[in-house]
Design a protein around this ligand. Structure first.
Ligand code: GDP
Length: 323
């Protein structure tokens, strides 16, 4: 069957939370019907290498190659290059595994040869046998920055420096995506949104993952214009993030750290929010902002991810092949 015969689905994705959902989703819908638009605000140049953490997490996870415990990086990784860098006094706070390094070297060399990030991302996905289309939100430079208070002064950090180097402290004053308002949306991403039957907002950090994707002007506008069914999964479960610093970043942005806060944040953008069973008592409040579905959203296990994906498909009226 050609891809045109399927209802097209677009997913907006950060890293780990999104990947957990996507690997179940592709077992429920035809992988060729899925386009994933990935946040590039966490990208950075490290040791001269272009690292795209969220794209790599999505690709590695969909390829079944991600480390299952860490959620990022590759399984059965070794760290010899990183140890060797220490000899030269290089920064080693950002863990680059030996196998993972090959991806960054490849990406950097292809970009230096003039290929665009979308082309290189497609090449990387193909090399890993990943069928869904993985698209960066933009090829322009966007940088998630987190301003923290430390010792009475403000420190303006790259998101990865905040997360990894500084251990995501509580003292967040604000976060912003530098360069996003002048970033050009990837035309293929806009076209995918226009052709989508449904748009899935993955359970990702709203401030540094989904927020920056929607803040790329062409993407935010295409999502608003789109008549597609729009469904989000709350990354906040039981009043806290499942992992990572979403609570600190949400608080700094004035978003209540709860599924109701997520519903308010997405009000007018999504029609439906899936909240976790553990937050069932907040379903009524959520329903004042959008339709609310209650389900198990803890999806580190593939089976749970697949079950949630079926619920999502039902929620947005996507026919799954088994039906
Ligand atoms: P990052 O770039 O790796 O931080 O990835 P994301 O932006 O995709 O995801 C971080 C968010 O994913 C956090 O707010 C987590 O709470 C959420 N998350 C991770 N695992 C799960 C899960 O199993 N279920 C739900 N509902 N959210 C999750």
């Amino acid at each position: 069957m050609s891809a045109g015969k399927y209802q097209q689905v677009v997913a907006l994705a950060g890293g780990v939370g999104a990947s957990r959902l996507l690997r179940g989703l592709v077992r429920v819908i035809p992988p060729e019907s899925l386009t994933v638009i990935v946040n590039t605000g966490d990208d950075m140049v490290l040791h001269g290498l272009h690292v795209s953490p969220d794209i790599d997490t999505v690709v590695y996870t969909m390829a079944g190659a991600a480390d299952p415990d860490r959620g990022w990086g590759l399984a059965e990784e070794t760290w010899n290059a990183l140890s060797a860098m220490e000899r030269y006094g290089m920064d080693t706070w950002f863990a680059l595994g030996d196998k993972d390094l090959a991806t960054h070297v490849f990406r950097t060399s292809r970009l230096a040869a003039g290929a665009g990030l979308a082309t290189v991302t497609a090449e990387i996905a193909r090399a890993w046998g990943v069928v869904p289309r993985i698209l960066p939100m933009t090829e322009d430079r966007v940088e998630n920055r987190v301003v923290v208070e430390e010792g009475g002064r403000e420190l303006d950090l790259h998101f990865q420096e905040y997360l990894v180097h500084h251990g995501s402290p509580d003292s967040v004053l604000r976060a912003y995506a530098a360069g996003v308002s002048s970033a050009q949306a990837l035309p293929e991403a806009v076209a995918a949104i226009e052709a989508a039957h449904a748009i899935v907002f993955c359970p990702s950090n709203p401030v540094v993952s989904i927020g920056p994707i929607l803040a790329v002007p062409g993407i935010g506008a295409a999502v608003s214009r789109s008549r597609a069914r729009k469904i989000a999964v709350s990354p906040i479960v039981g009043g806290a993030p499942v992992r990572g610093p979403a609570d600190r970043l949400m608080r700094s942005a004035g978003i209540d750290v709860s599924c109701v806060g997520i519903a308010r944040y997405y009000a007018g953008i999504v029609d439906t929010l899936v909240i976790d069973e553990r937050d069932r008592e907040q379903a009524e409040d959520v329903a004042t902002h959008c339709k609310c579905i209650v389900a198990n959203t803890l999806i580190s296990e593939l089976r749970a991810s697949e079950a949630l994906s079926r619920i999502l498909c039902e929620g947005v009226d996507i026919r799954t092949p088994q039906e």
